[in-house]
Each structure stands twice: as C-alpha cells, then as structure tokens.
Design a protein around this ligand. Structure first.
Ligand code: NAP
Length: 296
C-alpha cells in the first residue's frame, strides 16, 4: 500500500482539459504501452495504475496493439472495483481493423478485455489504407451503438487533420494523440495552433521521451537538470511540467513502478516560469519551420 501525497493529488485534480464536445477530463493521465509484457512486472504495473488513479490520473490510455491485447486486460484488472464514472478509458484500433469489416469486433474485444460497457474515447492508432470516410462512419456508428462515447485519431499530421475535416462527420474528432516532448516540438509549428483554433486539445504521448524508436535521454540533459534543481524536482517532473505548461496539451506518461507514478503526479504542482522556459527553449528550440511529424 502506497500513501498518497494529498497536495499532489489536489494539484492533479485541479488540472483539467475540455474536449470539443464539452467533456472535462484530467490533464495528466497514464499510459500503458509495454505493460503486461513481462509477468514479473505485473503486480507493480497494476499497483502503479491504481496509485495513479488514487492521485486523480484517471484518464488511462491503452490500445488493442499493446502486448497483443494483454495491456487492456491488465488495465481491466487494475480498474476492477473502481467506480466506472471516475475513469476515462481510452483505447485505439489498429488501422487495418478500422473499417466496417473489423472495427466492431475490435471494439467488442477491447471492451471485453477492459471489462467495460463503453469506451470513453476510441482512437484510430495511425492512418492506414481504410478510407478516412469509412473509419469516421464506423466511429459514429459505434457511438450510436453505445460502445464508445467519442472518438479521435492518433499520429495525424496537419495534412491528415485537414483531410479529416473535409470528410462527412470528420469534425466529430475529439483529439489527436501524437508524440510530443521537450526534444520533439515540431507540432508547435503548425499542428498545435491548428488544433487550438478548433478548441481541440492535443494528447501527448512519450512525454518523457523514454520509450520507443525516438527515445532520447532528456532525463540527464544539463538544461533539464538545472531547471529541476531550481524547483527541487526530478528531471521527469520538469519534462511533464513542460508539456503541462499549455492548457491545450494533455500528456499520458507511462509508469510501471509506483515511485514513478508518485513522482509524475507531483509534476502537476510545478509551474515553469519565464526563466525556466527560456533556459529550456535555448537548449531545445521551438521549430521555426514545418517539420515532419515524429511517430514512434
Ligand atoms: P513515456 O511515458 O515518455 O516514458 C515511459 C518510460 O518512462 C518508462 O520506461 C517508465 O519507466 C519511465 N518513467 C515513467 N515515469 C518516470 C519517472 N518519474 N522517472 C523516470 N522514469 C520514468 O513513453 P511511452 O510509454 O512511450 O508513452 C506514454 C504513453 O503514450 C504510452 O504508454 C502509450 O499509452 C501512449 N503511446 C501512444 C503511441 C501512439 O502511437 N499513439 C505511441 C507511443 C506511446 P517505468 O515503466 O519503469 O516506470
């Protein structure tokens, strides 16, 4: 049993973001990629997700892809006993499953593994060969069937979003989940402003830059360490505070050990000031021209 730092929990609860449909959700969530891959980590992973929920990080991101569905099952176990209306469960459909022939089974399988009646948000994991128009129709049909409450996309660049906007029903999209961290700021140039104009917040994956192909060692970067020292904080907390500086961004850090979850929750109370941001900007400048979307 891990005790909760009440002031951190209050700071997490105070941070919210509103989706285009008016739903208000926590701005600091939790990720689950790589969970359920190693049996010896299972207890820690479940304990971490539960601790995160205690802290108010009740927005939890998963996908049918993660560990071949076992991450969803692990999450289903972690949240059993938690009142469903306290949670905001997000899952993602593979692009090759995102058409009329397969999406309904994919969604049903995710619901079964998560032991829930409906997903709060269902995302197209990345663009594939199924026409956007068909995927959007399917998402709207899933809403009509009560299987999902809303939908969004992931790994969409500006051109993809513009295309989506032209598709019937495409403007029902609630978010775009993309890679975003201090060392990967390309979306600030075009995608983020485009989404902000439409009051659509950006869901940031890999906010700690710690996983996947584009992993970067920002946790030992001198500029990050200096700001961390100024705040008496950990480098991870500074990276999260950087993404949380904008009300238009909601990150989903993944932590598989409870001490990391507690560390991450405390980031909600950190406000980076102009000096901090200037120091981080000078080490990791914001983009001055369009750059391709970083994809994990
Ligand atoms: P991340 O959250 O940036 O980094 C996760 C890593 O950071 C884990 O190795 C974790 O270690 C470590 N960590 C967590 N908290 C820490 C702390 N306070 N101090 C030091 N290390 C810490 O990367 P991610 O998992 O790739 O991204 C987050 C989530 O975004 C994923 O889990 C997934 O839900 C989603 N995602 C989506 C896509 C997409 O294509 N849509 C792609 C990638 C990720 P421990 O596990 O040991 O705690």
């Amino acid at each position: 049993m891990h005790s909760i730092d009440q002031s951190a929990a209050e700071a997490v609860s105070a941070l919210t973001v509103t989706l285009p449909d008016g739903t208000t959700i926590p701005r600091l969530g939790q990720g689950t990629w790589h969970m359920a891959e190693q049996p010896q980590k299972r207890n820690d992973e479940i304990a971490s997700l539960r601790l995160g929920i205690e802290y108010g990080m009740t927005l939890i991101d998963t996908a049918e892809m993660y560990a071949g569905g076992r991450s969803e099952s692990l999450l289903g176990e972690a949240v059993s006993g938690v009142a469903r209306d306290r949670l905001f469960l997000v899952s993602k459909v593979y692009p090759h499953n995102a058409g009329k022939a397969r999406i309904f089974k994919s969604c049903e399988d995710s619901l079964r593994r998560l032991k829930t009646e409906a997903l709060d948000l269902y995302l197209l994991h990345w663009r594939g060969s199924v026409p956007l128009e068909e995927t959007v129709w399917c998402m709207e049909e899933l809403i009509r069937q009560g299987k999902i409450l809303r939908w969004g996309v992931s790994n969409f660049g500006l051109g993809d979003m513009e295309e989506l906007w032209g598709v019937p029903g495409g403007r029902g999209c609630q978010t775009n989940q993309v890679l975003y961290h201090l060392g990967s700021r390309g979306v600030e140039f075009d995608l983020l402003p485009w989404m902000a104009q439409r009051k659509m917040p950006l869901m940031a994956y890999c906010p700690l830059a710690q996983a996947g192909r584009l992993k970067r060692d920002l946790l030992s970067d001198p500029a990050v360490l200096k700001v961390a020292q100024r705040h008496g904080a950990s480098p991870a907390q500074i990276l999260l505070a950087f993404t949380l500086r904008s009300e238009a961004i909601f990150p989903v850090p993944k932590a598989g050990v409870p001490s990391h979850v507690a560390d991450n929750a405390k980031a909600a109370a950190i406000r980076l000031d102009a000096d901090d941001l200037a120091a981080l900007d000078s080490a990791f400048p914001a983009p001055r021209r369009k750059v391709p979307l970083d994809i994990q």
